[in-house]
Each structure stands twice: as C-alpha cells, then as structure tokens.
Design a protein around this ligand. Structure first.
Ligand SMILES: [Zn+2]
Length: 168
C-alpha cells in the first residue's frame, strides 16, 4: 500500500528525465489539490444515519475536477457513496475518461477504502486510473488492484454460447 504510482497520472509519458521530475512534482501537486478538494466536498456530506462523512474529488482527463459526497436516505439502501455521486456527476456532464479520484473521510488512523459497489462503478470507466485515499497523507492504488478479476463492459462483448431470443 506504500507503492505510490504517481507515474500513472503523467500525461506525457515521453518526458525526459529532468521533466519527469517536474511531472512527478506536478502530479503530487495535483493529488494534494484533489485531497484538499475531497476534504472540502466532505463538508457537504448528508449522513444523518451513519454519521460517516465521505468526500471525493475526481480528476477528468482534461483537468476538470468534479466533487461529491455521500448522500444517505431514510430508506437506507438508497444511499449513495461519495465516489458514485462524483462519478455520476461527471458522466452526466459528458465525461467518461478519468485519471484519479481522491477520497476523504474522518477516519483518524487509517485510509478510507472504496466499497465493493464503488469499485465496480469505477471499473466501468477503465481500470487504469488510480485511487487516492487521504487522511492528510495518502496511498494510491489502481482500480485494477482494488478490484482484480472484475467484470466490465468488455465482458459483455465476448463470445457467448447462446443468444437471447431477440438476438441482442
Ligand atoms: Zn461505495
């Protein structure tokens, strides 16, 4: 969990050694900014039932940042996690390519970890983007690491043994 892979965030992979250094610095700055924004998003958390605030900040491929928080409901199973709120916001505004998401909670001694449902939700948009989990410090993992051997859109295109009656 200490394996920081900020290189995944690098836009230009053909950088020279010198500019790699500046790219890594740039990436680190991005992550810190995202962490700050995810902590800000947490302030809007609607969690009267769990009292567990979560915020997220999602960096899209073009540098646009979307933020979101968990939104609970009196009908508990309708509650939304911060990650899904944020991704849905971005997708509903035409974004489908993402670089990273930062997730913040109030946990003091450990990193917040995306739930299984959110890992699947992230996987829909590719497993090469990474997840940061801040509590001031952060670790970074790819969605592929968080959700290995997953099921995604590409699986629906694979050869099947049978077809449905309407042929779709
Ligand atoms: Zn979740």
């Amino acid at each position: 969990m200490t394996d920081l892979r900020i290189n995944d965030l690098r836009v230009d992979e053909a950088d020279t050694e010198a500019s790699n250094h500046s790219s890594e610095k740039e990436n680190e700055d991005w992550i810190k900014t995202l962490i700050y924004q995810s902590q800000g998003a947490k302030e809007f958390s609607y969690c009267p039932y769990s009292k567990f605030r979560v915020g997220a900040a999602l960096l899209a491929h073009d540098g646009t940042v979307f933020t979101g928080c968990n939104v609970e409901n009196a009908s508990y199973n309708l509650g939304l996690c911060a990650e899904r709120t944020t991704i849905a916001k971005a997708v509903s505004e035409g974004y489908r390519r993402f670089k990273t998401i930062a997730i913040a909670s109030d946990l003091e001694d450990q990193f917040i970890s995306p739930c299984g449902g959110c890992r699947q939700f992230m996987q829909e948009f590719g497993d090469q983007w990474s997840v940061s989990k801040p509590d001031g410090s952060y670790v970074e993992m790819t969605v592929g690491e968080l959700l290995p051997v997953s099921f995604g859109p590409e699986d629906l295109k694979k050869k099947t043994m049978f077809t449905t009656q309407n042929g779709s």
